[in-house]
Each structure stands twice: as C-alpha cells, then as structure tokens.
Design a protein. Structure first.
Length: 265
C-alpha cells in the first residue's frame, strides 16, 4: 500500500475520497466521472471501485452500470451511532420526562443477571426518599425484580434468556416478587407483547415503577428507562395509564437517537 510523504496511506485516502463523492443529491456515479473528479486514470479508479464493491462498500446498478454506496457504509454509520454513549444521548430525554411528570427517572443496562444504573434524574416529590433505596449511578440490582431488568430481559434472544433465567435465584425481595421461573417467563412474554414492564412492589415495599426498552439500530435492546413512584401516589393501573405513554415515547425517542428505525408492518 503506497504511502504519502506525510506517512499516510495514499490508497486509503483515495478509497475514502471515492466514498465521500456520493451524497443524497448524487447517489449514482460512474467510473469515468469519479476518475475525472479525483484526477485518477480510469483504470486506477476502476481498480479502487472494484475493490470497494467486492468489500461491500459500493454496489453497481445493473441498468446504468454506475455505482452507489453499499450496505457496508451503512454498517459503519450505525456502528458510529452505537459507539456514542447511550447515557449521553438519553440524558436530555430523561430530564425532560422527569420535569414533565415530576417523578424520578432512571436509565440502566443489563450486566449478567443484574441491572446497572447509568443515569438518574431525581425529583424532590414527597415520598420519593422512601423509594430511592440509596441508589446511585453504578448501583446494581437483580434484574428479575426490577422493571428495567425485565424490560431488557424480555427482548434478549431466547437461548441467552434461558441461560440467564437458569442463573437467577428467585428470592423474595418485596411483597409481590415473582419467585417462580415459569411465572417469570410468562411475565416476560407479557412485556414483549405490551412493550412496557412494571415493578409492582417486587423489589421493595412501596416501590412501583414502569419501564420501556431502548433499542439500537439493529433492534437489539441495549438499555431501559423507568419512572418510579411511591405506592401512595397511585395504583399500578393508574401509573400505567397516566405515565405509560410518556415512558414509551421517551424510550422511542432515545432509540431513534441510537439509530433504531421502525420497520413498517
């Protein structure tokens, strides 16, 4: 691979220059056009283009014989999006949801059979201190008895999900903890159908929360957010009816920020 006097790769520079020539206004470009623009001989341009096409970064249109960007370029773009910190992307959405509802909002990821809190937007609502449980960014809780944990586990690939369920010690943590593996599987199926998970005093007395999954561009669930209230603030049904739509909407907005796009039915 030829190098320039600055120690950079001329071949890489030319390949990237070819890819950069494509845009929304000019999605199809021919070999001759690219060779002129980049001051390359037609044979040299063709060689670079053939290599990029073989690797999946370009595709040839069968009718015009010109080239367009290939799926590998999309993969690079989505990889860049997913490499962004989900916490950074989520932060303004979490703050807005907390401000609009007046309740604490949390963000967590799955680590084995635990959830790890990676962001918190706390509120000073009366009764909030009783359900904060000394939680902080970096705190870990068992996934099986938290709304965020269930919201993520519900969408893990089935084989992996079964591996994780086999590792869970279904100890009672709150008045309504699910302590049976089969009942837990039924709960996860309900979550997959509804798109929202609940914690009705399963982790601790007095704590109720609802959570929704956050998806990457591939559809993989990589995190979840929740909104938590004290039981004196309303029943589980009231919590879902009042805040469920906003929680799901916020999770959807963050998913869009992570590159996820809904596929039309």
């Amino acid at each position: 691979m030829a190098e320039t006097g600055t120690g950079t790769s001329q071949s890489l520079e030319r390949g990237l220059a070819i890819l950069s020539a494509f845009d929304s206004e000019r999605p199809l470009i021919g070999v001759s056009e690219l060779s002129r623009e980049l001051s390359l001989s037609r044979s040299t341009a063709h060689r670079y283009i053939a290599t990029l096409a073989q690797l999946g970064y370009l595709q040839q249109d069968p009718d015009s014989k010109r080239y367009r960007l290939g799926p590998k370029v999309l993969d690079l773009g989505f990889s860049a999006i997913n490499s962004m910190d989900v916490r950074e992307i989520s932060a303004p959405h979490l703050r807005r949801l907390s401000d609009e509802t007046g309740h604490t909002v949390n963000l967590a990821i799955l680590d084995g059979i635990d959830v790890v809190y990676i962001e918190r937007c706390r509120t000073a609502q009366p009764g909030q201190r009783e359900i904060d449980l000394n939680l902080h960014v970096g705190a870990r809780l068992p996934a099986y008895c938290t709304a965020m944990g269930k919201a993520i586990l519900a969408f893990v690939a089935e084989d992996r999900r079964e591996e994780l369920i086999a590792q869970i010690d279904f100890v009672r943590r709150g008045p309504n903890t699910i302590t049976d593996a089969d009942a837990f599987r039924v709960e996860l199926a309900r979550i997959r159908a509804a798109g929202i998970a609940v914690n009705d005093e399963e982790l601790a007395y007095g704590l109720r929360s609802i959570a929704a999954p956050i998806q990457a561009h591939s559809g993989e669930v990589l995190a979840a957010l929740n909104l938590a209230i004290h039981r004196t603030m309303g029943s589980m049904d009231e919590l879902i009816a009042r805040f469920g739509p906003a929680v799901k909407k916020t999770a959807g907005e963050i998913s869009l920020g992570m590159g996820h796009r809904l596929v039309p039915a």
